[in-house]
Each structure stands twice: as C-alpha cells, then as structure tokens.
Design a protein around this ligand. Structure first.
Ligand code: BGC
Length: 747
C-alpha cells in the first residue's frame, strides 16, 4: 500500500532549512555571495565518499510492484524521482516531477496530483510567441514549487523527424530554431521559480518504437545542424540545470554512455556546466557511463542494476573511475542547485492537496497559450467565426460535450476532479486517456444564441442525420497519442475519417476541430467548410476552442511542423524497429538511418524532394488578412539583420507571424531554405507594425566537423519574407556576405 507522508515530511523539513541558512565559517558553501562553482568546490571537499555516491543516485518515488519497489519515505508521493539531501551539509533533497505541461503524476497513482495543464508542447510552439512559452513555464514551475518539487523534468525538444512519433505532442516541432527558442523560453520560465528544469531527451530519441534500444545512425555534421542545434538553442536560451540523456543508442552507444554526445558535444564543445541525468531505465553500466559523461542515474529501479550506487563506489575505490570524475559529477549537480537557487529558496512540503494554488489564475495562463496555439487551416466562405444568424449547431464526437483530450504517458497532468471521461484507453501506463474538464460545447453555449445538440459520433448515420438538420456542424477528430508508442499511420484513429466524411456530405457547413498529437492527413478536406487544428489545449481548452469558433479570439497559430499528404512523402515511409517485437536479442539489432534526410527535416525535406505537403510548416489562416512589407536585410556582425513590417489589411484586430527564410544562392546547404527568424505582431484592423529579426550565423553556415566551426561561405544569400514555408514569398532581398567562420557555439 502507498503511504502518504505529508506529515512526517512537514516535521522533518524545518531541520533542513536551518542547515541551509547556517552559512558560517565551517560551511562556506552556504555563503550565497560566492559563485556557484566556488560553493560546489567547497561542498564537494566536505563530503564523504558515501555522501557523494548518494548525490548521484536517484530513486523512483512511486511504488513499483513489478520490481518490489516501495515509495521512498522522504520522496514526494507518486512522483518521478528523489535524491536524498544531506542535512548535515545543508543540502536539500532533489524532488523530481514530470513534465512539460505541468505537474504530472506517475500513472500508477490512485490519488493523482490535480494540477493545471498547459496545452501540449507542440501547441505552445504553434503560438510562435516566446512570451507565452515563458509565461506557461513560469506557471507550471510555480505549481511544481508549490507541490514540493525542485526539479521539473520538462524541456522536451526532440525534433519531429517522424510525424508518427507518439511523443511529438511533448516537443517543439520540426525546426531547430523555432523549437529551440520556444522550448528554451519555457525552461527559462520554469527556472524563474528557483527550481531546476531539464532539457530532454538527449538526443535523437525521435520515435518511440523500440526506443530503448534502437540505434540511430547519424553523421556528426547532420546531427549538429538538426537535433543537436535545437538542443543547443534551447540550452542557450533556457540554461536548463540538467540534460536528460535518452533511451536510444546513437552510432552504436547508448545515449547515457555516449562519449561523443555527453563529453565531447555537450560538455567540451558547448561548455555545458550543468549535470546529465539518465532517462528512467536508460543507464546501462557503471564504468562506461561514468567515464563517458553520465552524472546521475535516475529512477532506480527502472534500470537493471543500481549502477551508480555501491558499484560506482567500488569502481572509485578500485580506481576504475577516478575520484575526480565522481567529484565532477557531484560538483555539476550541486553547483546547479546553488546556481538555480534551490538551496536558498527551499521548496516546502505542501500542507494541503491543492497546495494553495490559484487554479483560476493559472487556468487563464494556460488558456491564453491555447488560444494562440489553435491553427485555422481552412475557412471556406468564411464559415468561421460562427455567424450571428446561425440558429442550430450540431456538435459531434470527441467527447466535446464534456472535455478536451490530452496526451498520455509520464507527462500526463490530471485535472481537478479527474478525467471528464473516465475509464477510456489502457488502464495503466501510458493510459488512461485523460480529458480535461473544459467542455467546448459548454463553453460555446455561453457565447452563442444558437441551439446546440450533441451526438457522440458512434453511430455515423445518426450523426449525419443530426448534421443534416442543423445550420452548422462542428465535428471533433481526436487522436490520442502517448509516450511508448507511435501511430501506425497519419489517419485519425477508428472510424473518424468516415464519420467526418459522412457529416460533411450531410451538411457542407462542417467545421472540423482536430485534437491531435501532431500532423494527420485529411481525406475529407475538400468537402468540409473549415478546419481548426487545436492540438491538446490543456486545462481551459474548451474555452479556448469556443472563443476561436465564436470569433472572440482571432486565430493566430501557425503550424510548427509540416502536415504531409501521405506517408510516402516521408524519409522513412515505414518506421524502423518492429513495435511488436518483444525479444530483446532481436530488438538490439534494430537500427534507423537518420542520414537519409540528415539535417533536412520537415519542410527542408519537402523542399529538397519537391513534395507538396497537405499543409506547409508555418501555415495558418486568420479571420483578418495581413500584408508583409518593407523587407530589408543587411549583414550585421556575423549574422544578418532583417527588418520588415506587417499591415493588418482586414476588418478585425489580430496577430500575424512574419517568417523570415534564408537561402544560400551558391547552394551547399542540406536544403534550399532555412527559417532564419520570425516575429509575431498584434495589430488592430488597419494598423501596421515593424519587426526586426537577427539571423544567427549558424543558420547561415554549414558545420565543419574537422575544425568544429561553422563556415559561412562568401556569396549571395536570399532573404525572403513569407506566410509559411510553402507560400510564395511576399518579398525577397539579396544580401552579400564575406566568408566567415564562427566557433561551435556560433561566436
Ligand atoms: C520519460 C521521461 C520522464 C521519465 C520520468 C521516462 O519514461 O521518457 O521523459 O521524465 O520517464 O517519468
């Protein structure tokens, strides 16, 4: 049975606080006036070998019966991890919780934390608004703190090489700059609460199928210009305290014992000062992992052995692992705790289950994010926003009468009062399927005079009948995605495509609202009136969807990933690794070749191959219209400075995203163009605004593995201003650059 020990924790904690504040000559590391590095050096010197080992080894903080694991008494209940503190030295515990959309609960819990959920990470990226990413991060970080966590396992930034990836909803889409900036801002927001955030999963964990073993083949140059670049941008922006190494192998070695990734790229080249923690079950050894750069083993007993416990101690005693390396691990962990304020601002044990959180205010933060995330993909004859004269609306499918869908797995945040649709999907991880209690139908009822009628969509003929007798139809298409599996194809699951086709046939004034983890195909697209991609909208998602439908909110989301027209357009029409294989000896042989597309992910691949997607990266409509104007660009330092303006030429106030793409006219790039920057402006009807964008030199050059530099070739570069990666540019200018070399970090 799980024991809840709020009370004993509450009693024990003040002792630790006393230690934390007692900076005196004997405990100089508690003097916050010193640098985090100096403090950590002093602390490490004061630690015994056992205390060092204790700091690099984390326990799963949830009962786990298959491994006969009990929840550690001092861990937070039903959470991802706990590392014991050292009260005699004033070092608090590390209490770790998932994840990127809010405070999650491990799926085995019967009494989950009920917390605010942001929209999915992909949705937040679709806002193209870094301020919202920061605000959302700050909000969930504050809930983590209130709940007693000082490490939030957020910051998912794996690039969307694979639109079927079950975890795309946790990540930031397909472009290294967009994903890096948006996820980096979220991390910055989280850490503004004096807690630590991770960035994850390092690296190339871009599919779930056989994620624990699949060996990703990728060359250095292609990796540095794609997935690693996204991570690099996110780390520079967000300065996450920790990097979580991934499950998969890269060029033969597991990510958590991969010298190239951990020691060479992360620690030497990027000079990353924080610590590397393993994903849960991603540690495979003691000596290789320690020597190749892992700093903390996570979530024991997920791994086969407690590699960083007594085995590591023995390896240090026997000098297979130098004690200096153990000291480096501990220093990285503790300097980060000092740097992030975890020691000076200790988290407390919550005294109530809701931890004093202002859920109304936090729901509004989530809603603001969702409202800008929704992408209007089609709007024939201005079917949206719903006209004032509409008298009857049929709402069909997707449980839209009670709630909004969310993504599953370790990142699952539970709503107050539990899921709006109980007992759906797998009973255990990565299920159950959770619906946030914000009903699109209920919220729409507050905004329209039309009569609303609901049909659950299970009986296609009955749904079509209701559609035929209504002025307008709003049909929901749901795709539940979760950690641990990928989708088989890009179609909506079950009979939903058939349902949508049938209601559209009965009534062409059909609006489709998609709640999906990522891209889907739309075989019914030509026959429906309007399409909104809502993603997973979070705690207040119903209100966000209703406000976009009614026109209270003018949609301004833009696709953070290409929507392919078919699987045949992808670099790997068939996913590598057989999801059904259970035999570990076979699984270990699976590889996947990311050199096929190399750094040409998403729109870059589509440009290269001349494929026409269903909807291009960057695409999204508005209830208003905008003109992109006054483009100018000039060399500035090692980059390019671009200015432009946007005019709202329509009749409604709204927001528009000016996207700056850049091409090398001499060629030599992985693809014809790259996103160089963007700006999102809020403009009243008729108003114009100015924007400026600085293109990072790494987006103008090509990474050279031999010299570890980025080389920008002399010549002409075409800078274009466009609505999307697929649109004809509104304007373009040429910029002449001299040959330039910048270092691995773009400086
Ligand atoms: C996931 C991580 C997560 C961890 C802890 C793993 O299964 O891959 O993203 O942080 O579990 O729950």
């Amino acid at each position: 049975m799980k024991k809840r020990l709020w009370l004993s924790l509450a009693l024990a904690y003040p002792l630790m606080l006393t230690g934390a504040h007692a900076a005196d000559a004997k405990q100089p590391w508690l003097d916050a006036a010193q640098s985090p590095d100096a403090r950590a050096d002093q602390l490490v010197k004061a630690m015994t070998l056992d205390e060092k080992i204790q700091t690099v080894f984390a326990y799963f903080s949830t009962e786990f019966s298959p491994k006969k694991h009990e929840q550690p008494k001092e861990g937070r209940p039903d959470s991802a991890g706990w590392v014991p503190g050292i009260p005699r030295l004033g070092l608090p515990s590390q209490w770790q919780s998932d994840a990127g959309v809010g405070v999650a609960t491990q799926a085995v819990s019967k009494k989950p934390y009920e917390r605010t959920s942001l929209p999915s990470g992909l949705a937040t990226t679709a806002t193209w608004n870094p301020k919202l990413a920061f605000a959302g991060g700050a909000m969930i970080g504050s809930e983590a703190r209130s709940t007693g966590f000082n490490v939030l396992l957020a910051g998912g930034v794996n690039l969307m090489r694979e639109p079927r990836n079950g975890r795309n909803f946790e990540y930031g889409g397909e472009d290294p700059l967009l994903a890096g900036v948006m996820v980096g801002e979220q991390i910055r927001g989280i850490q503004s609460n004096h807690i630590i955030s991770t960035v994850k999963h390092y690296a190339f964990n871009d599919q779930e199928t056989n994620r624990n073993h699949i060996d990703v083949k990728i060359e250095d140059q292609a990796g540095r210009m794609s997935d690693l670049l996204a991570l690099q941008f996110a780390i520079e922006r967000g300065q996450p305290g920790s990097v979580m190494c991934a499950y998969n192998r890269i060029n033969g070695d597991y990510a958590c014992e991969n010298n190239y990734l951990l020691n060479e790229v992360l620690k030497q080249d990027w000079k990353y000062p924080g610590y590397v923690m393993s994903d849960w079950g991603a540690t495979h050894s003691t000596i290789p992992a320690a020597l190749r750069g892992l700093d903390q083993q996570s979530g024991f007993p997920f791994d086969k052995s407690d590699y960083f416990n007594q085995a590591l101690k023995e390896a240090v005693v026997n000098r297979h692992v130098p004690e200096a390396r153990l000291d480096d691990m501990v220093k990285r962990i503790t300097r980060t705790m000092f740097a992030n304020g975890v020691v000076e601002h200790p988290v407390a044990t919550p005294t109530s289950t809701d931890a004093g959180i202002d859920f109304t205010a936090h729901g509004k933060v989530s809603q603001a994010d969702a409202e800008e995330a929704i992408v209007l993909l089609k709007n024939h004859n201005d079917l949206l926003p719903l006209a004032a004269g509409v008298r009857s609306i049929a709402i069909i499918g997707g449980h839209a009468d009670v709630g909004v869908l969310s993504g599953g797995g370790s990142a699952q945040v539970y709503p107050k009062g539990g899921s709006a649709v109980p007992n759906e999907g797998p009973a255990y991880f990565p299920g159950p399927i959770v619906y946030h209690r914000s009903s699109p139908m209920g919220e729409l009822a507050k905004l329209t005079k039309a009569k609303l009628a609901y049909n659950d969509g299970k009986d296609v003929a009955a749904a079509a009948k209701l559609a035929a007798s209504s002025d307008v139809v709003i049909v929901f298409g749901n795709q539940w995605m979760a950690e641990s599996f990928d989708s088989d194809d890009l179609n909506l699951p079950g009979k939903q495509d058939e349902l949508i086709a049938a209601v559209a046939k009965a009534n062409p004034k059909t609006v489709v609202v998609l709640q999906t983890g990522g891209p889907v195909v739309m075989p019914w697209l030509n026959n429906v009136g309007a399409v909104l991609e809502a993603w997973y909208t979070g705690s207040n998602g119903g209100a966000a969807i209703a406000r976009v439908l009614s026109g209270e909110v003018n949609p301004s989301g833009r696709l953070p990933a290409t929507f392919p027209a078919s699987l045949a357009q992808l670099p790997r029409p068939k996913l590598d690794g057989d999801a059904k294989t259970k035999d570990e000896t076979v699984i270990e042989k699976f590889t996947t070749d990311y050199n096929i597309e190399g750094a040409a992910i998403g729109y870059k691949w589509f440009d290269l191959k001349g494929h026409k997607p269903l909807f291009p990266f960057g695409y999204g409509l508005s209830y208003s219209s905008f003109a992109l104007e006054d483009l100018s660009a000039k060399p500035a330092g090692t980059g390019i400075e671009v200015t432009f303006s946007i005019k709202n030429t329509g009749k409604r106030d709204g927001k528009a995203v000016g996207q700056v793409y850049v091409s090398s006219l001499a060629g030599g790039w992985e693809a014809p163009k790259r996103l160089g920057g963007w700006d999102k402006l809020e403009l009243k009807a008729g108003a114009s605004g100015k924007a400026s964008v600085k293109i990072d030199p790494r987006l103008l050059g090509v990474y050279d593995s031999a010299s570890k530099t980025w080389k920008i070739a002399a010549g002409e570069y075409l800078v274009t201003l466009a609505d999307s990666a697929g649109a004809k540019p509104a304007a373009s200018v040429k910029v002449k650059l001299d040959a330039t070399t910048v270092d691995v970090n773009g400086r």
